[in-house]
Every structure is written in C-alpha cells, then in structure tokens.
Design a protein around this ligand. Structure first.
Ligand SMILES: [Zn+2]
Length: 357
C-alpha cells in the first residue's frame, strides 16, 4: 500500500470509529483490548500450568488475593448479538455462575473490600452499561407499574427469589437524558433499584468519548451525570465510573479527572473506574489493582476472542488456584503464603490478614 492509500485507509478507519454508534465503537475498541489480553492470558496459563501440581490439593482453601470477575453486560433483548444477551442466555449465565459457586457482590462491596459471601464461594460482580430498556422495562397494569419479567432486573429478581443465597446485586452505568428509555419512570426505576440492593454508576452525561475533551468538558460530562442522578436519588453516592468506550482522556495531566472533579458545585469522586475488557480484576487491596483501570469481562458468547465469560469460567475450572475463594469472614483476608506479598496493607481497611501456610 503506498503512503497516500495508507493515509486514506487510516482516515476511513478512524472516522468509522467516530461515527458508528456507541456499541459498535465499543466493540472495535474492546476487540483490540481482547487481542492484547489473549496474549496475556496465554502467558498466564503457561505459568499456571507450571505451578499446577503444587496447588492441586489446595484449590478449596481460601484465597482472598485471587481474581474476581466483574462482568460487563449491555442490552437484554429478543435477538442474541455481540452486545445483546437474550433473556434465556442471561438466565443461563446466572444458573451457570450459581452452580459453579459464584455469589453476587456489588461494585460498592468490591470497592470497600467488603466481600461477604459463604466460605468456599467466589464473588462475581454484574454490571450493565448504557441504561437500555432491555435492562429495566416497566409495564403498566391496573395496579400500577410492574417490572417486565424479561428485562434484566426482572430476571435477576426472579432468580433471587428462587436462589436467595446467590444475592441480589448489580450495577447499572447509565447516561442521560433518559436512562432506561422511559422518561416518566426514571424516578420510580432508580428508587426500585436502590431499594432492592442494586446500584447506579456513572457512564458520563451523554456517553461522551473523553479522549479529546478539555478539562472543563471532562468535568461537565462526569459531573453532570452525578448531578442528574442526584435529582432523583438525593442521598445516593455515585462512586464508580464505567468509561464510555473504555476510553480515558489522552493528555496525561487530564487523566486524573476521571477520578475526581467538580461541575456546577457538584463534586464527583470515583473509587473505581471500569474498563471495557477483558480480564478478571484483583481485589481492591491487591498491589496489582489500579483503581483508575479496573478490568471487566464481557458477558457474551459472540466474538469474545477467548476472553468472554465462558472462557474465563473454563479457565478458573482449570486453574482454581487463581480464583478468589472466600474464607467466609468479611473481616479477615485469608491468603496463601505465596500471595501475601500481593496484599497492599494500606488498603485493607482495618481487616485482619491471615496467612495460610
Ligand atoms: Zn457505553
């Protein structure tokens, strides 16, 4: 390809990135991340393979330095797609996680390191981006509004009814002007979510790509989201951000404003900033955790490049020694002796560290 042709191709590719809809752009960017992370995954599975024998009999022991899956969903709808899960497949995901010993924690639990699940089980976080109707639809009946049993909230609530020990937690990263796409029901839906143990997070005011925004516009995009959410649920603390398209500001001196900033006297502070792809996270108190770059796993079975939910479930079945296993006590952090060095003692929030020899 000559230079001019290459230039034109580059312009076409970058303008396609800019003009395609949010979901397509997220797809392209996350695919790049995915390919990168496949390399990482292959390397780490080699390492795990080498050490497998040593850990074979220790797989049921607590490992609270292990990896935690933070799942990223987008829409729930009738036709399965790269960014859409059908109600049936979403139910299958919950069923599979439950059977394999995963239990729900919220993103706030993750941020605080308050992982309160039974001994021997593993935490999992469910997140939804974009605030679609398929995530939370309400249907009008004679008695008022009820939750559509085929939307994500309806499915989660039904699953919880039949499996109360699974937990009832999920975080919805919404943008404005109409989260969940029923403009008269924003209030009702937000209150329903909070009252039922679910959370609301920041996904920028209108899904802005933060890459090239000015300092003022970054703070406006993130602060205005919090400002709008607080109109509906005044005392609620929005403390995490899912980066639209997984993209941070390009300039080094602006990156810090994804964590903290101010807009119209509204201060925002994100204790966790979530990426689009494609690895499990470490606990908040791990030396490996960067709060401004918490990885998530795509809960999808399409174009996952070996890094989707089912790929990671299989990975943890083969490498149980890498999975976070609870000791059943929220106030202690139990770690195998070889993982003690991974704990950042400044971040354990008063919890006692128990080293298992
Ligand atoms: Zn999004």
């Amino acid at each position: 390809m000559n230079k001019n042709l290459a230039k034109i191709a580059a312009i076409i590719i970058s303008s396609a990135l800019l003009t395609s809809c949010a979901i397509n752009t997220e797809a392209k960017i996350s695919n790049q991340i995915k390919q990168e992370s496949s390399k990482i995954q292959n390397t780490s599975s080699n390492i795990a393979e080498d050490t497998k024998d040593k850990h074979e009999n220790s797989s049921v022991k607590p490992n609270e330095a292990g990896k935690i899956m933070i799942l990223m969903y987008h829409d729930i709808g009738p036709k399965e797609g790269e960014w859409v899960r059908t109600p049936e497949n979403f139910k299958k995901d919950l069923e599979t996680l439950y059977k394999k010993g995963y239990r729900l924690i919220s993103i706030k639990d993750y941020i605080n390191g308050d992982i309160n699940i039974p001994k021997g089980t593993s935490p999992v976080v469910i997140t939804f981006d974009d605030g679609t109707l398929g995530q939370f639809n309400m249907i009008k009946t004679n008695e008022g509004y009820t939750v559509d049993p085929n939307c994500a909230v309806g499915i989660l609530e039904d699953f919880y009814k039949n499996h109360p020990d699974f937990g009832m937690k999920a975080t919805f990263y919404v943008y404005y002007p109409v989260p969940f796409r029923q403009k008269d029901l924003i209030d009702l839906k937000f209150k329903h979510l909070i009252e039922n143990g679910m959370d609301i997070g920041n996904h920028a005011y209108n899904h802005e790509n933060l890459r090239n925004l000015s300092l003022e516009d970054i703070q406006k995009a993130l602060g205005k989201n919090v400002y709008e959410t607080k109109k509906h649920i005044q005392d609620y603390e929005v403390d995490s951000l899912a980066l639209p398209y997984g993209i941070k500001p390009k300039l080094q001196n602006l990156k810090q404003y994804v964590i903290k900033g101010e807009y119209l006297n509204i201060k925002y502070e994100n204790k966790a900033v979530l990426l689009v792809g494609s690895n499990p996270a470490y606990p908040i108190y791990s030396i490996k955790t960067k709060v401004d770059a918490i990885p998530r796993i795509r809960a999808s079975e399409m174009n996952t490049y070996g890094t989707g939910l089912y790929d990671w479930l299989e990975y943890f079945d083969k490498h149980p020694e890498e999975r976070y296993i609870s000791d059943g006590n929220m106030n202690t952090i139990s770690v195998p002796i070889n993982k003690e060095k991974d704990i950042n003692r400044d971040k354990v929030n008063g919890k006692e560290i128990i080293v298992i020899k």
